[in-house]
Design a protein around this ligand. Structure first.
Ligand code: SME
Length: 190
């Protein structure tokens, strides 16, 4: 059966995020293969958020981040921990929002048109699995709201047992489990 994410592009962005999250809950639980789910997640995000020029995963393997499922232009295949926005997010285990990539020391340009970026670390049971990276061709494209919804998508993906169907806000209203609580607060790059 054809899978589909159906979200009206005229809706306000937060409403699109809410719908995306509720549709992802169905889409991502139909398949338990990691690569399939990560691939569909990137496609759904790219399809829903016009501001996103590139979205993809860099997954940890032998102390390096390697390009995983993504949507957008071809990208660098591996990033060292501590390098670029992705490697910095991975080493600090923090979500990093970069309003202007030109001002982030060591930013790695995969697409010269990229202007702003957000990177969310993926952590399960205190282990870093990789990062989710999103780029935009506009400056200042990402804010705390983006962080909140990517974090909720990630929570659902890695900790579905902590989600209550129909209420995506519950994870941020209730104390979150210790394994998840290591995700520190958002950091804005200067
Ligand atoms: N800009 C990232 C590299 C990955 S690409 O944007 C897809 C960084 O500085 O880590």
């Amino acid at each position: 059966m054809a899978e589909e994410i159906s979200i009206d592009k005229h809706l306000a962005e937060e409403e699109r995020y809410r719908l995306l999250l509720s549709q992802l809950k169905v889409l991502l639980t139909k398949e338990d293969n990691l690569i399939s789910n990560l691939s569909n997640l990137t496609a759904a995000i790219k399809d829903t958020l016009e501001k996103v020029s590139w979205v993809g995963f860099y997954l940890l393997d032998r102390q390096k981040l390697y390009l995983g499922p993504f949507q957008g232009k071809v990208a660098c295949t591996n990033i060292e921990i501590g390098k670029g926005v992705c490697g910095t997010s991975a080493s600090k285990r923090e979500t990093i929002i970069v309003p202007d990539v030109n001002n982030f020391p060591g930013h790695i340009f995969c697409d010269s048109s990229s202007k702003s970026e957000i990177v969310v670390p993926l952590i399960k049971n205190n282990s870093l699995l990789g990062v989710l990276d999103l780029d935009s061709h506009e400056y200042n494209s990402f804010c705390k709201m983006d962080k909140k919804y990517f974090y909720l998508s990630y929570l659902h993906f890695f900790f579905p047992q902590h989600q209550s169907p129909g209420n995506f806000l519950i994870p941020i209203l209730k104390p979150i489990p210790a394994a998840v609580a290591i995700q520190p607060s958002v950091v804005f790059a200067k």
